[in-house]
Design a protein around this ligand. Structure first.
Ligand SMILES: [Zn+2]
Length: 266
């Protein structure tokens, strides 16, 4: 099943406003550490100034909600033991925990594994799908060391603050981070990364965006001549689409117009 992913950016969060650029080198998986399955509770709380954290997305039971642009630096990993921070390298996904348990220190108390099995399966599957999507989008290999990690692993690597997530939770359901990385890789492979339909669609999108780019200054004179002489004609919308690729059909059409130009009609 396709993952339902929506955007609801935390535009009032200082991290969003700072808008520092991020070139994603990995994905860090978190869990919120609170028995609260509704992501909107966090979104409301975090969408204001003075909050010292910000994640890229929340993973809920029935959807994922993107809360920061993927190329904006998040605030989810603290400073880390080495002074390096995963904030500078990793995207952050916050998995919402089910209702019903409490915490003593970093340990879940009163967590009902059986009752939460279905909830967990949904969260896990959504986290796999979203991580696979991000790995594909940013050309990341989830099986490479340090790429797809949880917060606790980030602490061990010295790039995140001292938190235990998601290892306080996921192993209760018999799932390790190695399982997760394997499942992400499997999801990427199963999806083939790309199929013809997706490629065609992306190509169409690319060409449409490309066509709208402004022409370069160096071609100014040539463009003026070509337009005046009627060698080129724009699209139906009047746009000249100078940054579009020309098909052979368009090329011969231009040559034909040029030929007509050089042999003035009697
Ligand atoms: Zn965390």
């Amino acid at each position: 099943m396709e993952l339902d992913t929506r955007q609801q950016f935390l535009t009032n969060n200082d991290c969003y406003k700072a808008g520092r650029p991020l070139e994603p080198k990995g994905v860090m998986i978190h869990s919120t550490g609170v028995a609260q399955p509704d992501p909107q509770v966090f979104i409301r709380r975090w969408d204001q100034p003075g909050v010292d954290k910000c994640a890229h997305a929340f993973v809920a039971r029935d959807r994922a909600i993107q809360t920061l642009p993927w190329t904006v630096r998040g605030w989810h990993a603290g400073t880390g033991t080495s002074g390096r921070s995963a904030n500078n390298t990793h995207l952050s996904l916050e998995c919402c925990e089910p209702a019903g348990h409490t915490y003593t220190g970093g340990t879940m108390v009163g967590y009902d594994v059986e009752a939460n099995r279905d909830y967990f399966d949904h969260i896990y599957r959504n986290a796999v799908q979203l991580t696979a999507l991000l790995c594909r989008g940013f050309s990341l290999d989830p099986l490479e060391p340090g790429v797809v990690i949880c917060h606790a692993e980030g602490y061990d690597l010295g790039i995140a603050s001292r938190h235990g997530d998601v290892l306080q939770w996921w192993p209760k359901h018999g799932v390790s981070m190695d399982d997760f990385r394997r499942d992400v890789a499997r999801a990427m492979a199963a999806d083939g990364g790309m199929d013809q339909k997706r490629f065609d669609q992306m190509m169409e999108d690319y060409l449409a965006r490309r066509a709208l780019l402004p022409p370069s200054g160096w071609s100014k004179e040539a463009r003026r001549w070509a337009q005046r002489a009627g060698v080129v004609a724009g699209g139906e919308d009047g746009e000249m689409r100078y940054q579009s690729f020309a098909t052979r059909e368009e090329t011969v059409q231009m040559l034909y117009r040029l030929d007509q130009l050089e042999q003035p009609q009697e």
